[in-house]
Design a protein around this ligand. Structure first.
Ligand code: EPZ
Length: 428
C-alpha cells in the first residue's frame, strides 16, 4: 500500500504550474463518442480518472493514442455502444457521461451505474428527467441504466429541479445531434460546462448560452474531429492557494484563469491572505495569523463544494469559531481525520462548526475521498511534525503529480510503499 509522509511546518515558496481540469477533461473524453473523426485533446491531466476513462473507451473499441503525457488522440468510429466494462465504470462518477454520449450517437445507451466519491446517495434523477424529455425511455435493471429513443431524440425544453453539473453536461451531450432545438433551464454555470460546449462547437455543434442558466442547443447531423485544449483546473489551483495560506508561505500559481478562482480568492482575502492576480497566474502569500470566516458552498460562481474540506483546514488554523455549510453534498467524513490531529469540530446537519486555534499534531490519517485527501495534505504541510496519509489512490484520481509539485516548492513530502499489514494468522 502507498502512503504520503509529510514533515510539516515549512512555509511553501516557489512556483506551481496547474494542469488541465479533471472535471472538464472527463466529459470531453467521453464526448468524443459523438464525433466522426479524429480528436486531439491537449492539456489533459495525468490522473487515474483520465486513465480509467481512456481505458473504458479503448475497451469499447476506440482508438486511443497518447501523443505525450498530456495529449491524447481519440478516434471512436469503431466503438461498440453498450460495451463499457462495468468494473471500470463503477470506479468513477464521470462514466455517466457515456449515457449522454451513447444516446447522442446511437439513440440508445446501456451503462453500468456510476461510482465516484462516496458522499452518500448521489442521484441521477435529473439526468433521467432530461433524457426522457428528449424522447428516451430510461430503465434501471441489474445495476445498469438502459435508455432508448426508438423514434430518435427530439429537441425539448428541460427545466432542472436541481442545479446539476453532470446533468447539464449529460443533456448537452444527448441533445447536440438531436432533431430540433433543446433549451436547458436552471443549468449549471461551471467553467467546465463552457469548456465542453466550446469543444463541441469546435466540432461543429451549435450550442449557445453555456455558462449561463439557460443553454440553447440546435441539433446538427454530424460533428467533425478537432484539436482542443482543456481549461486549467480551478480546484487544483485553489488547493495549492490554500496550501500557501496554511503554511504561511508564498506561491506563484501559473496556468490559471483568475476569474474562475474569484470565490476562493475572496475567502482567502477575508482570512487575511494576500492574493495578487494577473492574466494567467496568481501569487498567494500569507504571513499573518489567519482570520476566522464563514463559508457556504454553492454552485458556480459560489464557493465550490470541491474546496470545502480544504477550507476547513484553514478554519482549524484560524483564530476563533468558523462556520462551514455544504448545501450540495454531505461530505464531512474527513472531519474525523482532522479530529485525530486535534481539531475541534462539531457537525450540526449540513454545517461544520470549527473552533480554530487549538494546536494540531501530526497523525496517521486516511484520504476518505479525493478532496478530503487533499485537505489531509494541507493539514500535514501546516502542522509542525509528521503526518502519514493512506488510501492515497483517492488523491491521485484528481491531482496530477501532487507530491512532485509540492516538493518543488520546498515541502518535505514523499510517497512510500508500505507492505500490506500481515495478519497474525498468516504468520504461522
Ligand atoms: C460534479 O459532480 C463533480 N464530479 C463533483 O466533483 C462536484 O463536486 C460537483 O459536480 C459539483 O460541482 C465530476 O464532475 C465527475 P451535481 P456531480 O450533479 O455532477 C444533486 C470532485 O471532487 N443532484 O452538480 O455528481 C446532487 O445530489 C467531484 O472532483 C440531484 O439531486 O454533481 C447534489 O446535491 C466530487 N439529482 C447537487 O445536485 C441529479 O440527477 C449537485 O450535484 C444530479 C444531481
Amino acid at each position: 500500500m502507498e502512503k504520503i509522509v509529510i514533515n510539516g511546518g515549512i512555509p511553501l515558496r516557489g512556483t506551481i504550474d496547474i494542469s488541465g481540469m479533471k472535471n472538464g477533461a472527463l466529459p470531453i473524453l467521453f464526448a468524443s463518442l459523438l464525433v466522426d473523426g479524429r480528436c486531439v485533446i491537449e492539456n489533459v491531466p495525468a490522473i487515474s480518472d483520465v486513465y480509467i476513462s481512456l481505458d473504458i473507451l479503448q475497451r469499447m473499441g476506440a482508438s486511443v493514442r497518447m501523443l505525450d503525457k498530456n495529449t491524447v488522440e481519440l478516434d471512436t468510429q469503431n466503438i461498440r455502444g453498450g460495451s463499457a466494462p462495468i468494473d471500470l465504470v463503477r470506479k468513477l462518477r464521470a462514466s455517466y457521461y457515456l449515457l449522454g454520449s451513447e444516446l447522442g450517437r446511437f439513440g440508445r445507451a446501456y451503462v453500468g451505474y456510476p461510482g465516484g466519491c462516496d458522499f452518500g446517495v448521489r442521484p441521477i434523477d435529473q439526468h433521467i428527467k432530461g433524457f426522457e424529455a428528449l424522447g428516451a425511455e430510461v430503465t434501471l435493471e441489474g445495476g445498469y441504466i438502459k435508455a432508448e429513443a426508438v423514434d430518435g431524440l427530439m429537441g425539448a425544453h428541460v427545466f432542472f429541479d436541481e442545479v446539476t453539473v453532470g446533468g447539464t453536461m449529460n443533456i448537452m451531450l444527448a441533445a447536440v445531434k438531436a432533431k430540433g432545438c433543446t433549451v436547458i433551464e436552471n443549468a449549471a454555470r461551471e467553467p467546465h460546462i463552457v469548456d465542453l460546449a466550446n469543444f463541441l462547437n469546435t466540432c461543429g455543434a451549435v450550442i449557445r448560452g453555456a455558462g449561463t442558466d439557460t443553454i440553447r442547443i440546435r441539433g446538427v447531423e454530424t460533428l467533425h474531429g478537432c484539436t482542443y485544449a482543456i481549461i486549467p483546473d480551478m480546484i487544483e489551483a485553489g488547493t495549492y492557494m490554500m496550501a500557501a495560506a496554511a503554511t504561511g508561505g508564498t506561491l506563484r500559481i501559473n496556468n490559471v484563469i483568475p476569474k474562475h478562482l474569484e470565490s476562493i480568492t475572496a475567502k482567502l482575502e477575508e482570512m487575511g491572505v494576500d492574493v495578487v492576480e494577473d492574466d494567467d497566474y496568481v501569487i498567494v502569500s500569507a504571513s499573518k495569523k489567519l482570520r476566522k470566516i464563514n463559508v457556504k458552498t454553492l454552485p458556480y460562481p459560489g464557493f465550490p463544494t470541491d474546496m470545502q474540506p480544504q477550507v476547513a483546514v484553514l478554519m482549524c488554523l484560524a483564530g476563533g469559531v468558523s462556520f462551514l455549510n455544504d448545501s450540495i453534498f454531505d461530505r464531512f467524513k474527513y472531519v474525523e481525520q482532522l479530529q485525530r490531529m486535534g481539531a475541534s469540530i462539531k457537525i450540526d446537519g449540513k454545517t461544520a462548526i470549527i473552533e480554530g486555534g487549538t494546536p494540531l499534531s501530526g497523525a496517521q490519517v486516511s484520504a476518505v475521498d479525493l478532496r478530503a485527501g487533499a485537505a489531509m495534505v494541507i493539514a500535514g504541510l501546516a502542522i509542525d511534525g509528521k503526518t502519514e496519509i493512506d488510501n492515497i489512490y483517492r488523491i491521485e484520481r484528481g491531482y496530477d503529480d501532487l507530491v512532485g509539485k509540492l516538493r518543488a516548492v520546498g515541502a518535505d513530502i514523499k510517497k512510500i510503499n508500505v507492505p500490506d499489514a500481515v495478519s497474525f494468522g498468516m504468520m504461522a
